[in-house]
Design a protein around this ligand. Sequence first.
Ligand code: HEM
Length: 149
Amino acid sequence: MTMIQFVDKQTRDTWRFVIDLRYFGSSDPTLHLHTFISLAASPTTSREPMEFTTEQLSQYNGTDPSKPLYVAVKGRVFDVTTGKSFYGPGGPYAMFAGKDASRALAKMSKNEEDVSPSLDGLTEKEIGVLNDWEKKFEAKYPVVGRTAL
Ligand code: HEM
């Protein structure tokens, strides 16, 4: 079952959903049970998030058009490829691509030096702004992992 090794959480949940549907339409409960156990027992279902070093995250900054675009907020890496017009090359927020842009988002700044994960010295208001951005990203983009500490 190495096939699902690289399947992300969202897809695995979809699998489980499909399997559950099959169970409800089936008279054989063991079918469900066995499939469920094999999924649960498999190391491929690990909930460990993918970790990105700064260097790895920077690969997803849009310079390679064959790669997705990632932006991290508070250490969580979002796939913002559908927001290519914002974050892609030449876009108004291209400086955030391949980076943790928390500080810049908090300060509503596009300055290079603010494109950083550092929350040092942010005001309560700025933290509030950042949390609003985080909610927006959560609603719009899939999470693909975390930044390495
Ligand atoms: C005069 C200044 C600005 C104007 C008029 C403006 C306007 C806009 C507009 C119209 C959108 C599209 C919103 C949507 O379709 O959901 C947008 C998106 C965005 N703005 Fe600005 N913006 C300005 C400045 C800034 C600054 C300084 C930042 C720095 C953090 C910023 C960060 C963003 C981000 C990250 C998005 C994309 C959100 C997404 O991925 O959906 N904006 N902006």
